[in-house]
Design a protein around this ligand. Sequence first.
Ligand code: ADP
Ligand code: MG
Length: 263
Amino acid sequence: IDPRAARTADPTAPAAAPAAGRPALEIAALHKSFGATTVLSGIDLAVAPSELVFVLGPSGSGKSTMLRCCNRLEEPDSGTILLKGTPVTGAGVNLNQIRQRIGMVFQAFNLYPHLTALKNVTLALRKVRGLSRAEAEARAVEALTQVGLADKAGNHPAALSGGQQQRVAIARALALEPEVMLFDEPTSALDPELVGDVLAVMRDMKSAGMTMLVVSHEMKFAQEAADRVIFMDGGSIVEQGPPERIFGAPEHERTRAFLSRVT
Ligand code: ADP
Ligand code: MG
């Protein structure tokens, strides 16, 4: 007997093989307009588990809108988005659950100024997850430790550098144990000397196997850490490939023009 056949016949076996080939995040035919302005004109993008996809493109090309559609901060006009096979788009989606499973970090850290770093991280754990104070604090300390800020748990945002505030924002997302993390220009608001600490945290997350979709202008980070670079222009993916190919031998004129302006 073929052992594989025996396993298939076993009624207690999982219905499908573990999702080896299934993307963590799958965007298909995503369209979005604001009034008469078409911002996304058919985005198709599948991000594999543990993949870091780096998104490049000129201002206004739709990068933020694409990310925001992934956790429904923007409502797509059409198209589908799946998170490990679970629909993110369409009616009847549990947005609270989706926003825990897809964490997002913005250029502006959006911390509550009147709360300590610890409280900023525990808030969603208490309110959305319904954890007890002790459970929430234990998990928040763990997340702050992960971003190197265990010793700053009691600080208010005003007593933290911009880079530290952004790391608190990352910890806040991580504490919810997301399956995918979206970053929208996470270092663009930081003084240059603070950028490295945030990128180091992102590198650690990548090493730990996090699936990441990162909009950024940090080309050096892309070259070191990205599995794939996407170049967007005018609401479309113009070109994509491994960083060495995109940076070393871009195929499209628009990619070449953009890279010559920014590098
Ligand atoms: P990027 O992040 O690549 O700079 P965005 O996704 O922020 O691009 O924006 C793409 C286009 O959509 C821009 O022309 C922008 O002005 C427009 N846009 C974004 N958000 C809105 C909105 N809420 N209302 C109207 N237009 C918007
Ligand atoms: Mg943007």
